[in-house]
Design a protein around this ligand. Sequence first.
Ligand SMILES: [Mg+2]
Length: 263
Amino acid sequence: MASGQQAFLIITILIIGPISNVFAQSIFQIYPENLISDDRKALADDDGLFCDSWRLSVETNNAGVWYTIPTRCISQVQDYMTGDKYRSDSKVVAGDSLAFAKTVEIAGDGLDAWVFDIDETLLTNLPYYADNGFGSESFNETAFDEWVDLAEAPALPSSLSLYKELQQLGFKIVLLTGRGEYQRNTTEKNLLFAGYSNWERLFLRGASDQGKPAIVYKSEKRSELINEGYTIHGSSGDQWSDLLGFALAQRSFKLPNPMYYIP
Ligand SMILES: [Mg+2]
């Protein structure tokens, strides 16, 4: 090889070498399966990364049935629920819901319905969960009922705005909650306290609904509405059991809730 060619080759290696190294590193970040084993272990041990991924799994319904949040995620769930991210996520859901609602042709016959769940949808029980481990403790029905009886759960602000905007668009608001019929008065009192009014219907679990999975109970109530002539244009809930099953809304909107799961 001539000395000129050798010099060109050396210069090329000096220039291309670092660039290809940077390129390779960026590929490793995009395709984590290329990580060497120590890096993979670090990824698995990173609570922040794991808990973000766990939350995504919960919100997409990939996680399936779960009972309490992972112990390693308590502080992340606390940070999420009490920080800006929860409010921002909820606001985006409300914005998407309103964008869809504006495309609906309202029949104007008083039968254009939008169904809302209540807990962690219209109202937030964050004050209760903040005192009870943010979902890390097993559900205590007695303690939760005592909190419900106070009737002071605040509104989720983006849901309150959506609720009022839907009413202005001409939707009839139907409330469908897993709370029991015995909690009707305190639930109505709390809704009014939080700023909600003029709902069309409030469904609570009656005697014949006890023991049914939420997904069945809620589907049956939506079915009743449809049999009465209502069109369910939209549905909003923090649980997939609010939104799946049968007699479904035309569009369903899932609000975030990494604190508990209801089948
Ligand atoms: Mg709920």
